[in-house]
Design a protein around this ligand. Structure first.
Ligand code: GLY
Ligand code: MN
Ligand code: MN
Length: 439
């Protein structure tokens, strides 16, 4: 789809910011994603590369964007698949070079097969090439060949870049701080995803299959022109103890919990929500006891989420509360401090408490600066997702806790005065969940 005037303005502002950051000595090459085969001659649904989408909004595979700040003939150059009547009849519309200029504001646009002949003049005279190595191996080889060629001919005049810098150091720092237009999309993605979880809670009952509950969630996404931002996890009973359980194939049993980790992606931005609730609508005493510990840990983590506080603090706070809870529940024996130091808590809490969230579910952006976790700043979005997972058969743990797996995950925007929970529309207290499921 072509961008609206407001979206065009937004995309242009991102490009200007990138160009300001790389400067007139720099040039950036950003490739689009390629289609991926699913079965023989059919493809997975195409998803644009996030870096490329962030800067261009151009929705087609294989394209290449070049950004050359201050270039007289145009700073934003796109290479795109050519118009092709036959291919468009079979595979869908293409914008072509003229469409790329008209609808996406490229200063210049060419057919893809002109990339190699035109790149040398785009690189010429620029010292620093900003490019992400290792993501597109074929492109890496092409770029290396072209730079080398340019170096050879540069003896005869034109200068080739002397330095190749990882583009992500600039671009991913930009993506880490969400702009107002991005926050708006993330709020909407979060709201629809929250509604999908509520729908799942209402639909769950003993005897249904996990995939039937997944269908409720995906149907809510579909109804809002959204797709799952990652493989949905719908794990009943002990399946919840498998962190990336995506088979979603088992039957839900009376008395079990159901853990759902699913988030919808809207216009390239995904939510990431987990809720855990009883299949029959009522928590057992053991389930409730473990649940309250995880919920308290999430609250402790949330209290750390404000500007100026180290982004490592939520994990420390959650780990502390979880470990104290594990001792109270009798899962671990000893002093919480000592247990954390010797990493004993990892038997039941083996993952981190959060990650950046945005276009990619595990979004880009550095976590550490100067060797330590960076402080929170307004515009960052992080998940908060503590959990406890008590695998069946765990020795030394009372049988009544076996197979309980609980995670509670929300998406949190850091604001000037603290934070905003984007996914607050799904209940998470024991009472609110039981009330919703009883209604
Ligand atoms: N859904 C992936 C995660 O929570 O990190
Ligand atoms: Mn998740
Ligand atoms: Mn997550």
């Amino acid at each position: 789809m072509k961008p609206t005037p407001a979206q065009r303005k937004e995309l242009a502002a991102r490009r200007s910011e990138l160009m300001r950051r790389i400067g007139k000595n720099g040039v950036a090459i950003v490739p689009a994603a390629h289609e991926v085969i699913r079965a023989r001659d059919t493809h997975y649904r195409f998803r644009q590369n996030s870096d490329f989408a962030y800067l261009t909004g151009f929705p087609e595979p294989e394209a290449i964007a070049v950004f050359a700040p201050g270039r007289g003939d145009g700073e934003f150059v796109l290479f795109v698949r050519p118009k092709d009547k036959v291919r468009e009849t079979w595979d869908g519309r293409r914008f072509g070079a003229a469409g790329a200029r008209r609808a996406f504001g490229a200063d210049q646009a060419y057919d893809l097969d002109e990339f190699e002949t035109r790149l040398p003049s785009l690189l010429s005279g620029r010292e620093v090439l900003h490019y992400t190595l290792g993501e597109f191996p074929e492109m890496d080889a092409r770029v290396a060949r072209l730079v080398r060629h340019l170096r050879e001919v540069s003896r005869r005049g034109a200068a080739a870049p002397t330095t190749i810098v990882a583009l992500e150091t600039t671009l991913h720092e930009m993506r880490l701080f969400k702009r107002p237009a991005e926050i708006e999309l993330m709020r909407k993605a979060a709201q629809v995803s929250a509604a999908a979880h509520v729908r799942a809670m209402r639909a769950a009952k003993p005897g249904k299959y996990e995939w039937q509950i997944a269908a409720e969630i995906h149907s809510e996404f579909d109804a809002h022109d959204m797709q799952p931002g990652y493989g949905s996890i719908v794990g009943g009973g002990e399946n919840a103890c498998i962190l990336h359980y995506v088979e979603n194939e088992a039957r839900l049993r009376d008395g079990d919990l159901l853990l759902i980790d699913a988030g919808g992606e809207l216009a390239g931005y995904t939510a990431d929500i987990t809720r855990t609730f009883p299949v029959n609508g009522r928590f057992s005493p053991e389930q409730k006891a473990v649940y309250e510990v995880v919920l308290a840990a999430q609250k402790a983590a949330l209290r750390q989420m404000k500007p100026g506080v180290s982004s490592g603090r939520p994990h420390e706070a959650a780990t502390r509360t979880l470990t104290e809870g594990m001792v109270e529940l009798g899962l671990l024996k000893g002093q919480p401090d000592a247990l954390i130091k010797s990493e004993k808590h990892r038997q039941f809490y083996m993952h981190g408490t959060g990650h950046w969230l945005g276009m990619d579910v595990h979004d880009v952006g550095r976590y550490r600066v100067d060797g330590k976790p960076r402080p929170f700043e307004p515009g960052m979005v992080m998940t908060v997702e503590p959990g406890l997972y008590i695998a069946p058969g765990t020795p030394g743990v009372s049988k009544r806790f076996w197979g309980i797996g609980i995670r509670i995950e929300d998406d949190v925007l850091i604001t000037r005065d603290g934070h905003e929970i984007l996914t607050g529309d799904v209940p998470k207290s024991v009472r609110d969940i039981e009330q919703l499921m009883a209604a």
